[in-house]
Design a protein around this ligand. Sequence first.
Ligand code: 5AD
Ligand code: SF4
Length: 439
Amino acid sequence: MSEPKKLYIKTYGCQMNVYDSERMAETLGGQGYVETKSPDDADMILLNTCHIREKAAEKIYSELGRFKGLKTEKPDLKIGVAGCVAQAEGEEIMRRQPIVDLVVGPQSYHRLPEMEAKTRTGAKALDTDFPEEDKFEKLKNRPKAKRGPTAFLTVQEGCDKFCAFCVVPYTRGAEVSRPADRILREANDLVERGVREITLLGQNVNAYHGAGPNGDMTLAGLIWELNKVDGLERIRFTTSHPNDMADDLIEAHGTCDKLMPYLHLPVQSGSDRILKRMNRSHTAESYLRLIERIRAARPDIVMSGDFIVGFPEETEEDFQATMDLVEEVKYGYAYSFKYSTRPGTPAAERSQVDPKAADDRLQRLQGLITRHQREIQDAMVGRDVKVLFEKPGRLPGQMVGKSEYLHSVHVSDADVAVGELRDVRIMSSGANSLAGALR
Ligand code: 5AD
Ligand code: SF4
Protein backbone atom coordinates (compact mmCIF):
# COMPACT_ATOMS: atom_id res chain seq x y z
CA MET A 1 0.00 0.00 0.00
CA SER A 2 1.24 3.48 -0.77
CA GLU A 3 1.98 5.94 2.03
CA PRO A 4 -0.98 8.24 2.75
CA LYS A 5 -0.53 11.78 1.54
CA LYS A 6 -0.56 14.46 4.20
CA LEU A 7 -2.93 17.41 4.34
CA TYR A 8 -2.37 20.49 6.47
CA ILE A 9 -5.44 22.72 6.87
CA LYS A 10 -5.34 26.07 8.61
CA THR A 11 -8.71 27.59 9.47
CA TYR A 12 -9.42 31.29 9.90
CA GLY A 13 -12.62 33.08 10.92
CA CYS A 14 -15.99 31.74 11.94
CA GLN A 15 -17.35 28.42 13.18
CA MET A 16 -18.71 27.63 9.73
CA ASN A 17 -15.16 27.61 8.45
CA VAL A 18 -14.29 25.10 11.20
CA TYR A 19 -17.12 22.89 9.96
CA ASP A 20 -16.12 23.38 6.30
CA SER A 21 -12.50 22.46 7.09
CA GLU A 22 -13.68 19.19 8.66
CA ARG A 23 -15.72 18.40 5.58
CA MET A 24 -12.87 19.31 3.21
CA ALA A 25 -10.46 17.08 5.14
CA GLU A 26 -12.97 14.21 5.00
CA THR A 27 -13.47 14.73 1.26
CA LEU A 28 -9.75 14.73 0.58
CA GLY A 29 -9.54 11.63 2.82
CA GLY A 30 -11.17 9.88 -0.14
CA GLN A 31 -8.11 10.88 -2.22
CA GLY A 32 -5.80 9.20 0.28
CA TYR A 33 -5.02 12.20 2.47
CA VAL A 34 -4.63 12.12 6.25
CA GLU A 35 -4.37 15.29 8.30
CA THR A 36 -1.09 16.54 9.71
CA LYS A 37 -0.52 19.26 12.29
CA SER A 38 2.47 20.78 10.57
CA PRO A 39 2.85 22.33 7.12
CA ASP A 40 6.45 21.05 6.96
CA ASP A 41 5.60 17.43 6.17
CA ALA A 42 2.43 18.19 4.15
CA ASP A 43 1.78 17.15 0.54
CA MET A 44 -1.03 19.65 0.41
CA ILE A 45 -1.55 22.89 2.33
CA LEU A 46 -5.03 24.38 2.41
CA LEU A 47 -5.80 27.77 3.95
CA ASN A 48 -9.50 28.12 4.74
CA THR A 49 -9.84 31.88 4.82
CA CYS A 50 -12.06 34.66 6.18
CA HIS A 51 -12.88 37.96 4.46
CA ILE A 52 -15.08 39.65 7.08
CA ARG A 53 -12.59 42.36 8.07
CA GLU A 54 -9.59 44.13 6.60
CA LYS A 55 -6.16 42.59 6.70
CA ALA A 56 -7.69 39.11 6.41
CA ALA A 57 -6.59 38.90 2.78
CA GLU A 58 -3.22 40.51 3.52
CA LYS A 59 -2.65 37.95 6.27
CA ILE A 60 -3.26 35.18 3.75
CA TYR A 61 -0.74 36.63 1.30
CA SER A 62 1.93 36.88 3.97
CA GLU A 63 1.16 33.34 5.17
CA LEU A 64 1.46 32.11 1.57
CA GLY A 65 4.79 33.91 1.25
CA ARG A 66 6.10 31.82 4.14
CA PHE A 67 5.38 28.62 2.18
CA LYS A 68 7.59 29.67 -0.76
CA GLY A 69 10.67 27.92 0.66
CA LEU A 70 8.72 24.73 1.31
CA LYS A 71 7.45 24.69 -2.26
CA THR A 72 11.00 25.13 -3.63
CA GLU A 73 12.22 22.22 -1.51
CA LYS A 74 9.25 20.09 -2.42
CA PRO A 75 7.92 20.98 -5.88
CA ASP A 76 5.16 18.33 -5.54
CA LEU A 77 3.64 20.21 -2.62
CA LYS A 78 0.20 21.56 -3.58
CA ILE A 79 -1.01 24.81 -2.06
CA GLY A 80 -4.67 25.77 -1.99
CA VAL A 81 -6.75 28.70 -0.80
CA ALA A 82 -10.37 28.03 0.23
CA GLY A 83 -13.10 30.05 1.94
CA CYS A 84 -14.27 33.63 1.60
CA VAL A 85 -10.98 35.24 0.48
CA ALA A 86 -10.84 32.61 -2.29
CA GLN A 87 -14.39 33.57 -3.28
CA ALA A 88 -13.71 37.31 -3.19
CA GLU A 89 -10.28 37.36 -4.85
CA GLY A 90 -10.51 34.35 -7.19
CA GLU A 91 -7.82 34.20 -9.85
CA GLU A 92 -6.11 37.28 -8.44
CA ILE A 93 -4.66 35.02 -5.70
CA MET A 94 -2.76 32.91 -8.25
CA ARG A 95 -1.61 36.04 -10.04
CA ARG A 96 -0.27 37.61 -6.85
CA GLN A 97 1.16 34.39 -5.46
CA PRO A 98 2.17 31.93 -8.19
CA ILE A 99 2.90 29.12 -5.70
CA VAL A 100 -0.88 28.70 -5.30
CA ASP A 101 -2.18 25.67 -7.23
CA LEU A 102 -5.80 25.70 -6.22
CA VAL A 103 -8.48 28.27 -5.32
CA VAL A 104 -11.88 27.03 -4.16
CA GLY A 105 -14.87 29.02 -2.91
CA PRO A 106 -17.13 27.96 -0.02
CA GLN A 107 -19.86 26.69 -2.36
CA SER A 108 -17.69 24.44 -4.52
CA TYR A 109 -15.49 22.46 -2.15
CA HIS A 110 -17.33 19.21 -2.94
CA ARG A 111 -15.38 19.45 -6.21
CA LEU A 112 -12.03 19.28 -4.39
CA PRO A 113 -11.25 15.67 -5.47
CA GLU A 114 -11.32 16.58 -9.19
CA MET A 115 -9.52 19.82 -8.48
CA GLU A 116 -6.78 18.06 -6.53
CA ALA A 117 -6.37 15.53 -9.37
CA LYS A 118 -6.03 18.41 -11.82
CA THR A 119 -3.25 19.99 -9.77
CA ARG A 120 -1.40 16.62 -9.83
CA THR A 121 -1.11 17.02 -13.61
CA GLY A 122 0.69 20.31 -13.03
CA ALA A 123 -2.31 22.48 -13.94
CA LYS A 124 -3.95 25.10 -11.74
CA ALA A 125 -7.49 24.57 -10.49
CA LEU A 126 -9.97 27.39 -9.81
CA ASP A 127 -13.63 27.09 -8.82
CA THR A 128 -15.57 29.98 -7.34
CA ASP A 129 -18.98 29.04 -8.75
CA PHE A 130 -22.25 29.07 -6.91
CA PRO A 131 -23.38 25.72 -8.35
CA GLU A 132 -27.01 24.66 -8.42
CA GLU A 133 -26.31 21.23 -6.93
CA ASP A 134 -26.40 20.57 -3.18
CA LYS A 135 -22.79 20.62 -2.04
CA PHE A 136 -23.57 18.53 1.04
CA GLU A 137 -25.19 15.77 -1.01
CA LYS A 138 -22.16 15.58 -3.27
CA LEU A 139 -19.74 15.33 -0.35
CA LYS A 140 -18.60 11.93 0.76
CA ASN A 141 -20.50 10.41 3.70
CA ARG A 142 -18.95 11.44 6.95
CA PRO A 143 -16.62 8.84 8.56
CA LYS A 144 -17.78 6.74 11.50
CA ALA A 145 -14.72 7.30 13.72
CA LYS A 146 -15.26 8.37 17.35
CA ARG A 147 -14.95 12.08 17.99
CA GLY A 148 -15.17 14.67 20.77
CA PRO A 149 -18.42 15.54 22.59
CA THR A 150 -19.18 18.79 20.74
CA ALA A 151 -19.74 19.39 17.03
CA PHE A 152 -20.88 22.04 14.59
CA LEU A 153 -23.49 21.26 11.98
CA THR A 154 -24.29 23.66 9.14
CA VAL A 155 -28.05 23.88 8.54
CA GLN A 156 -28.25 27.09 6.54
CA GLU A 157 -25.78 29.07 4.52
CA GLY A 158 -25.64 32.49 2.92
CA CYS A 159 -27.48 35.71 3.61
CA ASP A 160 -30.03 37.91 1.84
CA LYS A 161 -29.94 40.76 4.37
CA PHE A 162 -27.20 42.89 2.78
CA CYS A 163 -26.13 44.91 5.80
CA ALA A 164 -24.24 47.85 4.32
CA PHE A 165 -20.89 46.85 5.87
CA CYS A 166 -20.89 43.12 5.21
CA VAL A 167 -19.27 40.90 2.55
CA VAL A 168 -21.11 37.71 3.52
CA PRO A 169 -23.95 38.00 0.96
CA TYR A 170 -21.26 38.24 -1.74
CA THR A 171 -18.86 35.55 -0.50
CA ARG A 172 -21.33 32.98 0.83
CA GLY A 173 -24.11 33.80 -1.61
CA ALA A 174 -27.88 33.76 -1.26
CA GLU A 175 -29.58 32.10 1.66
CA VAL A 176 -30.05 28.32 1.32
CA SER A 177 -31.45 25.93 3.96
CA ARG A 178 -30.59 22.21 4.00
CA PRO A 179 -33.49 19.73 4.08
CA ALA A 180 -34.39 18.63 7.62
CA ASP A 181 -34.02 14.87 7.00
CA ARG A 182 -30.38 15.28 5.91
CA ILE A 183 -29.60 17.38 8.98
CA LEU A 184 -31.25 14.82 11.27
CA ARG A 185 -29.32 12.01 9.61
CA GLU A 186 -26.06 13.89 10.10
CA ALA A 187 -26.97 14.67 13.72
CA ASN A 188 -27.73 11.00 14.43
CA ASP A 189 -24.40 9.99 12.88
CA LEU A 190 -22.58 12.53 15.03
CA VAL A 191 -24.28 11.22 18.18
CA GLU A 192 -23.27 7.65 17.26
CA ARG A 193 -19.71 8.91 17.09
CA GLY A 194 -19.82 10.29 20.64
CA VAL A 195 -21.17 13.81 20.13
CA ARG A 196 -23.44 15.09 22.92
CA GLU A 197 -23.76 18.75 22.00
CA ILE A 198 -24.51 20.11 18.54
CA THR A 199 -24.28 23.76 17.53
CA LEU A 200 -26.41 24.42 14.47
CA LEU A 201 -24.68 26.88 12.17
CA GLY A 202 -25.85 29.40 9.64
CA GLN A 203 -24.99 33.00 8.73
CA ASN A 204 -28.67 33.64 9.39
CA VAL A 205 -29.49 30.48 11.24
CA ASN A 206 -32.88 31.58 12.53
CA ALA A 207 -34.02 32.27 8.96
CA TYR A 208 -33.78 28.48 8.49
CA HIS A 209 -36.65 27.19 6.35
CA GLY A 210 -35.50 23.78 5.14
CA ALA A 211 -37.81 21.22 3.57
CA GLY A 212 -39.49 18.99 6.16
CA PRO A 213 -42.01 16.15 5.87
CA ASN A 214 -44.95 18.60 5.89
CA GLY A 215 -43.58 21.57 3.99
CA ASP A 216 -40.88 23.96 5.14
CA MET A 217 -39.68 23.69 8.71
CA THR A 218 -38.66 26.56 11.00
CA LEU A 219 -35.52 26.50 13.09
CA ALA A 220 -37.67 25.82 16.17
CA GLY A 221 -39.28 22.88 14.35
CA LEU A 222 -35.84 21.49 13.57
CA ILE A 223 -34.72 21.96 17.18
CA TRP A 224 -37.77 20.07 18.43
CA GLU A 225 -36.88 17.19 16.09
CA LEU A 226 -33.31 17.19 17.37
CA ASN A 227 -34.64 17.27 20.92
CA LYS A 228 -35.94 13.72 20.28
CA VAL A 229 -32.51 12.32 19.34
CA ASP A 230 -31.43 9.91 22.09
CA GLY A 231 -27.92 10.56 23.34
CA LEU A 232 -27.91 14.17 22.18
CA GLU A 233 -27.92 16.29 25.35
CA ARG A 234 -27.48 19.86 24.19
CA ILE A 235 -28.49 22.04 21.26
CA ARG A 236 -27.18 25.51 20.44
CA PHE A 237 -27.42 27.65 17.33
CA THR A 238 -25.65 30.64 15.86
CA THR A 239 -25.79 33.34 14.35
CA SER A 240 -29.27 34.84 14.54
CA HIS A 241 -30.74 38.04 13.12
CA PRO A 242 -33.18 40.00 15.34
CA ASN A 243 -35.76 40.18 12.53
CA ASP A 244 -35.94 36.38 12.24
CA MET A 245 -36.47 35.70 15.94
CA ALA A 246 -39.84 33.96 15.42
CA ASP A 247 -42.35 33.34 18.22
CA ASP A 248 -41.88 29.55 18.11
CA LEU A 249 -38.11 29.99 18.58
CA ILE A 250 -38.56 32.34 21.55
CA GLU A 251 -41.02 29.88 23.07
CA ALA A 252 -38.63 26.96 22.51
CA HIS A 253 -36.12 28.75 24.74
CA GLY A 254 -38.58 28.35 27.57
CA THR A 255 -39.85 24.84 26.86
CA CYS A 256 -37.28 22.76 24.96
CA ASP A 257 -35.12 21.00 27.55
CA LYS A 258 -32.06 20.39 25.35
CA LEU A 259 -31.93 23.96 24.00
CA MET A 260 -29.26 25.80 26.01
CA PRO A 261 -29.91 29.18 27.73
CA TYR A 262 -27.52 31.16 25.58
CA LEU A 263 -28.31 33.33 22.57
CA HIS A 264 -26.01 35.18 20.20
CA LEU A 265 -28.11 38.00 18.77
CA PRO A 266 -26.00 40.72 17.15
CA VAL A 267 -27.42 44.26 17.13
CA GLN A 268 -24.32 46.08 15.72
CA SER A 269 -25.31 49.56 17.00
CA GLY A 270 -27.65 51.22 19.49
CA SER A 271 -28.35 54.24 17.30
CA ASP A 272 -31.45 54.13 15.10
CA ARG A 273 -29.87 56.51 12.62
CA ILE A 274 -26.85 54.24 12.20
CA LEU A 275 -28.97 51.07 12.18
CA LYS A 276 -30.88 52.55 9.28
CA ARG A 277 -27.68 53.45 7.43
CA MET A 278 -26.49 49.87 8.12
CA ASN A 279 -29.67 48.56 6.47
CA ARG A 280 -30.45 46.52 9.59
CA SER A 281 -34.24 47.06 9.39
CA HIS A 282 -34.74 47.00 13.17
CA THR A 283 -34.44 49.72 15.77
CA ALA A 284 -32.72 49.77 19.14
CA GLU A 285 -36.15 49.84 20.77
CA SER A 286 -37.49 46.85 18.81
CA TYR A 287 -34.33 44.92 19.70
CA LEU A 288 -34.74 45.71 23.41
CA ARG A 289 -38.41 44.65 23.36
CA LEU A 290 -37.36 41.42 21.65
CA ILE A 291 -34.86 40.70 24.41
CA GLU A 292 -37.58 41.36 26.99
CA ARG A 293 -39.72 38.68 25.35
CA ILE A 294 -36.80 36.21 25.18
CA ARG A 295 -36.05 36.82 28.85
CA ALA A 296 -39.70 36.37 29.75
CA ALA A 297 -39.52 32.92 28.11
CA ARG A 298 -36.18 32.02 29.69
CA PRO A 299 -35.23 34.40 32.53
CA ASP A 300 -31.71 33.04 33.07
CA ILE A 301 -30.68 33.23 29.40
CA VAL A 302 -27.20 34.66 28.76
CA MET A 303 -27.17 37.10 25.87
CA SER A 304 -24.33 37.60 23.45
CA GLY A 305 -23.89 40.12 20.65
CA ASP A 306 -21.73 41.78 18.01
CA PHE A 307 -21.00 45.51 17.65
CA ILE A 308 -19.36 47.70 15.06
CA VAL A 309 -17.96 51.05 16.17
CA GLY A 310 -16.83 53.81 13.86
CA PHE A 311 -19.32 52.91 11.14
CA PRO A 312 -19.30 55.74 8.52
CA GLU A 313 -20.95 58.93 9.85
CA GLU A 314 -21.17 57.58 13.43
CA THR A 315 -21.12 60.54 15.85
CA GLU A 316 -20.28 60.55 19.53
CA GLU A 317 -24.01 60.74 20.19
CA ASP A 318 -24.66 57.61 18.07
CA PHE A 319 -21.91 55.85 19.97
CA GLN A 320 -23.47 56.86 23.30
CA ALA A 321 -26.68 55.20 22.15
CA THR A 322 -24.70 51.98 21.67
CA MET A 323 -23.25 52.31 25.19
CA ASP A 324 -26.78 52.87 26.56
CA LEU A 325 -28.10 49.77 24.81
CA VAL A 326 -25.22 47.66 26.16
CA GLU A 327 -25.89 49.05 29.63
CA GLU A 328 -29.52 48.00 29.33
CA VAL A 329 -28.99 44.50 27.89
CA LYS A 330 -25.90 43.47 29.89
CA TYR A 331 -24.29 40.87 27.64
CA GLY A 332 -22.63 37.77 29.03
CA TYR A 333 -20.42 37.84 25.96
CA ALA A 334 -20.04 40.42 23.23
CA TYR A 335 -17.71 40.91 20.33
CA SER A 336 -16.94 44.42 19.17
CA PHE A 337 -15.07 45.49 16.08
CA LYS A 338 -13.84 48.68 14.54
CA TYR A 339 -15.57 49.25 11.22
CA SER A 340 -13.46 47.96 8.37
CA THR A 341 -14.09 49.11 4.81
CA ARG A 342 -15.02 46.19 2.56
CA PRO A 343 -14.67 47.06 -1.13
CA GLY A 344 -17.90 46.49 -3.04
CA THR A 345 -20.20 47.01 -0.04
CA PRO A 346 -22.45 50.13 0.10
CA ALA A 347 -20.80 51.63 3.20
CA ALA A 348 -17.36 51.59 1.58
CA GLU A 349 -18.23 54.75 -0.38
CA ARG A 350 -19.27 56.81 2.65
CA SER A 351 -17.35 59.30 4.74
CA GLN A 352 -15.21 57.50 7.27
CA VAL A 353 -14.91 58.20 10.98
CA ASP A 354 -11.56 59.45 12.25
CA PRO A 355 -9.63 56.25 13.13
CA LYS A 356 -8.47 57.72 16.48
CA ALA A 357 -12.06 58.41 17.51
CA ALA A 358 -13.05 54.89 16.45
CA ASP A 359 -10.19 53.37 18.49
CA ASP A 360 -11.24 55.37 21.51
CA ARG A 361 -14.87 54.27 21.16
CA LEU A 362 -13.85 50.65 20.76
CA GLN A 363 -11.86 50.83 23.98
CA ARG A 364 -14.72 52.36 25.91
CA LEU A 365 -17.21 49.82 24.57
CA GLN A 366 -14.92 46.90 25.29
CA GLY A 367 -14.35 48.19 28.82
CA LEU A 368 -18.09 48.23 29.50
CA ILE A 369 -18.66 44.82 27.90
CA THR A 370 -15.81 43.26 29.90
CA ARG A 371 -17.27 44.67 33.13
CA HIS A 372 -20.68 43.13 32.43
CA GLN A 373 -19.14 39.88 31.26
CA ARG A 374 -17.23 39.62 34.51
CA GLU A 375 -20.27 40.52 36.63
CA ILE A 376 -22.37 37.83 34.95
CA GLN A 377 -19.61 35.26 35.32
CA ASP A 378 -18.99 36.20 38.99
CA ALA A 379 -22.72 35.85 39.72
CA MET A 380 -22.37 32.12 38.93
CA VAL A 381 -20.35 31.57 42.14
CA GLY A 382 -22.34 29.43 44.59
CA ARG A 383 -24.69 28.19 41.87
CA ASP A 384 -25.03 24.65 40.55
CA VAL A 385 -24.57 24.22 36.83
CA LYS A 386 -24.33 21.25 34.49
CA VAL A 387 -20.96 20.85 32.80
CA LEU A 388 -20.25 18.87 29.65
CA PHE A 389 -16.60 17.86 30.04
CA GLU A 390 -14.60 18.39 26.86
CA LYS A 391 -10.93 17.84 27.68
CA PRO A 392 -8.26 17.58 30.39
CA GLY A 393 -7.14 20.93 31.80
CA ARG A 394 -3.64 22.36 32.04
CA LEU A 395 -3.03 21.03 35.57
CA PRO A 396 -2.72 17.30 36.33
CA GLY A 397 -6.08 15.75 37.23
CA GLN A 398 -7.99 18.83 36.05
CA MET A 399 -10.92 18.54 33.62
CA VAL A 400 -12.50 21.36 31.62
CA GLY A 401 -15.93 21.74 30.13
CA LYS A 402 -18.73 24.20 29.44
CA SER A 403 -21.76 25.10 31.50
CA GLU A 404 -25.18 25.50 29.88
CA TYR A 405 -24.39 29.24 29.69
CA LEU A 406 -21.19 28.53 27.72
CA HIS A 407 -18.89 29.51 30.58
CA SER A 408 -15.67 27.50 30.77
CA VAL A 409 -15.60 25.52 34.01
CA HIS A 410 -12.63 23.61 35.38
CA VAL A 411 -12.69 21.02 38.12
CA SER A 412 -9.59 19.72 39.97
CA ASP A 413 -9.05 16.04 40.79
CA ALA A 414 -12.16 15.29 38.82
CA ASP A 415 -13.03 11.67 38.36
CA VAL A 416 -14.87 12.28 35.10
CA ALA A 417 -14.36 11.27 31.51
CA VAL A 418 -14.50 13.45 28.40
CA GLY A 419 -18.12 13.52 27.23
CA GLU A 420 -19.68 13.21 30.70
CA LEU A 421 -22.36 15.67 31.73
CA ARG A 422 -22.19 16.34 35.49
CA ASP A 423 -23.60 18.64 38.16
CA VAL A 424 -20.98 21.09 39.38
CA ARG A 425 -21.07 23.66 42.20
CA ILE A 426 -19.27 26.86 41.15
CA MET A 427 -16.68 27.84 43.78
CA SER A 428 -14.85 30.81 42.23
CA SER A 429 -14.61 33.01 39.19
CA GLY A 430 -11.32 33.77 37.41
CA ALA A 431 -10.37 35.99 34.48
CA ASN A 432 -11.85 33.78 31.76
CA SER A 433 -13.23 30.74 33.52
CA LEU A 434 -15.01 29.37 36.56
CA ALA A 435 -13.69 26.83 39.05
CA GLY A 436 -16.10 24.26 40.42
CA ALA A 437 -16.46 21.02 42.34
CA LEU A 438 -18.43 17.93 41.34
CA ARG A 439 -21.68 17.54 43.29
N1 5AD B 1 -16.23 45.81 9.72
C1 5AD B 1 -16.22 45.47 11.03
N2 5AD B 1 -16.93 44.45 11.53
C2 5AD B 1 -17.69 43.73 10.67
N3 5AD B 1 -18.49 42.67 10.87
C3 5AD B 1 -19.02 42.32 9.68
N4 5AD B 1 -18.57 43.12 8.71
C4 5AD B 1 -17.74 44.02 9.29
C5 5AD B 1 -16.97 45.13 8.83
N5 5AD B 1 -16.97 45.48 7.55
C6 5AD B 1 -18.77 42.12 12.19
C7 5AD B 1 -20.26 42.21 12.53
C8 5AD B 1 -20.70 40.77 12.41
C9 5AD B 1 -19.45 40.03 12.81
C10 5AD B 1 -19.39 38.61 12.39
O1 5AD B 1 -18.41 40.75 12.20
O2 5AD B 1 -20.38 42.64 13.87
O3 5AD B 1 -21.81 40.46 13.21
FE1 SF4 C 1 -23.64 40.12 7.17
FE2 SF4 C 1 -25.89 41.35 7.96
FE3 SF4 C 1 -26.04 38.98 6.67
FE4 SF4 C 1 -25.09 39.09 9.19
S1 SF4 C 1 -27.18 39.62 8.54
S2 SF4 C 1 -24.17 37.95 7.45
S3 SF4 C 1 -24.00 41.05 9.21
S4 SF4 C 1 -25.28 40.91 5.83
